[in-house]
Design a protein around this ligand. Structure first.
Ligand code: C2E
Ligand code: MG
Ligand code: MG
Ligand code: MG
Length: 281
């Protein structure tokens, strides 16, 4: 009898398991095809400098618009691309695209490119960055590479070497999503980061009166002491902006200024925030 039950439940679960596996397989097939066809877009979100009161750069954010699936979030497809080993070609494509695009911007505006942990530890990252800079003729100091805390924990020794090699090319390195990972404050001191990006979860609760503002104040202070630029992510309200300004945060980024937009919309954004005449003069 128990045999029958076991078989029955097995049969019951089988089609469901199958459906999930098949859906995942189809997702992988679509993603592979999209990478092979370069079926992606890069959108750009302004990073606003509070001291200069103007846009100082843009973060490149990958977009996948599938004919049937519609917009697929990078939060969904980046982990799959990492598992399939597709993140290296995909990451190199974004890097090249973003550097190329940045050469069209006025005033030495910078471009920030996200680097996944898998791509960071792949042997080819430093070469890919060098190639992208050479091929596009973009000055190294205009490129910022955003890295999350997870890469530090995995292999601190290798990380330091890679960061130094990237900096030899003139590129800047930023610690992305700071405060969400497992790394301790002492990690920041041990690595040559130029910038700390305060995760949007802290900015969201900045006005909640639950102590978050003290954490943000501490991180901004830490950045100042370590001579690192501090950038707040996910700024959506004037109240958040006012607090960040008062705390001495260097840069802000979020929907309050602009959502990430296609490259074609950048001239208007730059004209709006930096003034068309100032940009040309
Ligand atoms: P991230 O690097 O921390 O990027 C910031 C995310 O916050 C972006 O989401 C951006 O659209 C969103 N954002 C910006 N301002 C606001 C705001 O005011 N409010 C809210 N709620 N969100 C805001 P997105 O584009 O969906 O990207 C999510 C994550 O996917 C990124 O987080 C990054 O980790 C990853 N990602 C995106 N593009 C790439 C890429 O080219 N390569 C790699 N390796 N990862 C990427
Ligand atoms: Mg980022
Ligand atoms: Mg971030
Ligand atoms: Mg994030």
């Amino acid at each position: 009898r128990s045999k029958v039950d076991a078989r029955g439940s097995f049969r019951f679960f089988e089609p469901e398991m199958d459906a999930r596996l098949q859906a995942r397989r189809l997702f992988e097939v679509d993603l592979r095809e999209a990478v092979a066809n370069e079926d992606f877009e890069v959108h750009y979100q302004p990073i606003y400098c509070l001291n200069a009161e103007r846009i100082c750069g843009f973060e490149a954010l990958l977009r996948w618009n599938h004919p049937v699936r519609g917009r697929v979030s990078p939060v969904e497809f980046i982990p799959v691309a990492e598992e399939l080993g597709l993140i290296v070609p995909l990451g190199e494509w974004v890097l090249r695209r973003a550097c190329e695009e940045a050469t069209r911007w006025p005033d030495g505006l910078k471009v920030a490119v996200n680097v996944s942990a898998v791509q960071f530890t792949s042997a080819s990252l430093v070469t890919a960055v060098r190639d992208a800079l050479q091929a596009t003729n973009l000055a190294g100091h205009r490129l910022e590479l955003e890295i999350t805390e997870s890469v530090l924990v995995a292999n601190p020794g290798a990380t330091t070497a890679i960061l130094h090699n990237l900096k030899m090319l003139g590129a800047r390195v930023s610690m992305d999503d700071f405060g969400t990972g497992y790394s301790s404050l002492s990690y920041l001191r041990s690595f040559p980061f130029d910038k700390i990006k305060i995760d949007q979860s802290f900015v969201r609760d900045l006005c909640a009166e639950d102590g978050t503002e003290f954490i943000v104040r501490a991180v901004i202070g830490l950045g100042a002491s370590l001579r690192m630029t501090t950038t707040a992510e996910g700024v959506e309200t004037e109240a958040q902006l006012a607090k960040l300004r008062a705390e001495g945060c260097d840069e802000v980024q979020g929907y309050l200024f602009s959502r990430p937009v296609p490259a074609a919309e950048l001239p208007d954004l730059i004209a709006h925030w930096n003034g068309a005449k100032r940009a040309i003069a």
